[in-house]
Design a protein around this ligand. Structure first.
Ligand SMILES: *Cc1c(COP(=O)(O)O)cnc(C)c1O
Length: 419
């Protein structure tokens, strides 16, 4: 847990005066909920029956043989409902919101994965859901927008600023400042003003708790745990039972993008472009450009394409407990293809960064050790990004044919006959 909202010098609660009260209310309600056996029991039931927990723990035997080093295991978090770890946090916070008597939940989303998880959780728990999304992202991420709407959420296209994630966050903050009496702001990663980093880590720590149990059941001697790091929620949840121990090694994989230059990646913890800053209510390491402005970032994986990092990870990185490494787009794609071919498992692009880093570590470690990679999501969602890379011509032909089919009017049935 943080101390007064801080992890060493990172974290805090840098918000407008009006938001101090709802954040304090949230902190008190969260502590009360986690101490209430009835809340915990309901959360456990949703984890089992709605999310599908515990998620499996796969011995990647073929991948291990080809790599020739330590035994590789995959925590199959991508088999969670809605395809990634984000649902762990969404269902936890939605349950907390309902307990607090809130009727409405707002969220921000970039690529749409957090919006999707939030919309699904709100549908299940009977909460109204509004998702703020930059207009640019709405246009790029139509499949996720469509799913959110099916779950009954209202997706608001944000037209201010550069019309992407940071603008969606500003808009959600603005909404919350005037609506907190009946509205919960469901933040999607282990960042933002206190107590959000503690809340998100707590709900995501189910990944690490299960992993610790799965390690024990198999009697493994673990060399390292490896996770990808965007805002940092899957990593801190996966690492959480181990951060106060001196082993195993904990390794965070950041997006190396297309190169080391400013704007070419999203490397905050290695590299030289990050510095201390305060953004979106918390103090951490942020990527900045020559003018001291928040820099553009770049990654093939939307989930790692973010200029900041959760404050607890920043602190644990500086203390040396968590090691960071960066993985370029090309290496992530290679690892994605490798695990698909050897194990029949399709990693999300984000998770494939961790997969690539895990292969590196396993290669150099003794055969009697284990390296465990958190597959934070499954790759089905990335078909629009991976297909143009792996099969550009076939994909172009497919899209053209789909468009022609739609425009010819064949096979289109009007839903309910009323539209
Ligand atoms: C959103 C996302 C991430 C990055 O978010 P964190 O908060 O860093 O975990 C990683 N993997 C997948 C599959 C995601 O959807």
């Amino acid at each position: 847990m943080s101390e007064n909202g801080y992890f060493s010098r990172f974290g805090g609660r840098y918000v407008a005066e009006i938001l101090r009260r709802p954040l304090e209310e949230l902190e008190t309600a969260f502590a009360g909920a986690m101490a209430d056996p009835a809340f915990v029991a309901e959360l456990e039931e949703l984890r089992a029956d709605f999310i599908g927990r515990p998620t499996p723990f796969l011995y990647a035997e073929n991948a291990t043989r080809e790599t020739g080093g330590a035994r590789i295991y995959v925590k199959m978090e991508g088999l969670a409902h809605t395809g990634a770890h984000k649902i762990n946090n969404a269902i936890g916070q939605a349950l907390l919101a309902r307990r607090m008597g809130k009727k409405r939940v707002i969220a921000e989303t970039g690529a749409g994965q957090h919006g999707l998880a939030t919309a699904s959780a709100c549908a299940k728990l009977g909460l109204e859901c509004v998702v703020y999304m930059g207009e640019v992202d709405v246009r790029r991420q139509q499949p996720n927008v469509a799913s959110m709407e099916l779950y009954g959420a209202r997706v608001v296209a944000v037209t201010s600023g550069s019309r992407v994630l940071k603008d969606a966050i500003n808009e959600a903050m603005r909404d919350w400042a005037s609506s907190f009496a009946d509205t919960h702001y469901l933040i999607g990663s282990a960042l933002g003003p206190a107590p959000f980093p503690d809340i998100v880590r707590t709900f995501q720590s189910v990944i690490g708790t299960e992993t610790a149990e799965q390690i024990r059941a198999r009697g493994l001697d673990v060399e390292a745990l490896v996770a990808c790091v965007g805002g940092g929620s899957n990593a801190i949840g996966f690492f959480s039972p181990f951060t106060t121990l001196s082993s195993p090694r904990l390794i965070g994989a950041e997006a190396g993008g297309v190169g080391p230059g400013v704007g070419e990646n999203a490397v905050r913890m290695t590299g030289t472009a990050a510095s201390d800053g305060i953004l979106q209510g918390y103090k951490s390491r942020f990527l900045v450009d020559a003018d001291g402005q928040v820099a553009e970032t770049r990654s093939i994986s939307a989930g790692l394409d973010y200029p900041g990092i959760g404050p607890e990870l920043a602190a644990l990185g500086e203390s040396g407990r968590i090691e960071f490494t960066s993985v370029p787009d090309a290496a992530a794609l290679e690892a994605l293809a490798f695990f698909a071919r050897t194990e029949g498992v399709l990693f999300a692009l984000e998770s494939a960064h961790a997969g690539a880093a895990a292969l590196e570590v396993a290669r150099r470690a003794p055969k009697d050790k284990a390296v465990i990679v958190n597959m934070s999501g499954r790759g089905d969602k990335d078909i629009f990004i991976t297909s143009p890379v792996f099969r550009p011509e076939e994909w172009r032909r497919f899209l053209r044919a789909e468009l022609e089919r739609l425009e010819s009017g064949v096979d289109i049935h009007v839903f309910g006959g009323s539209r």
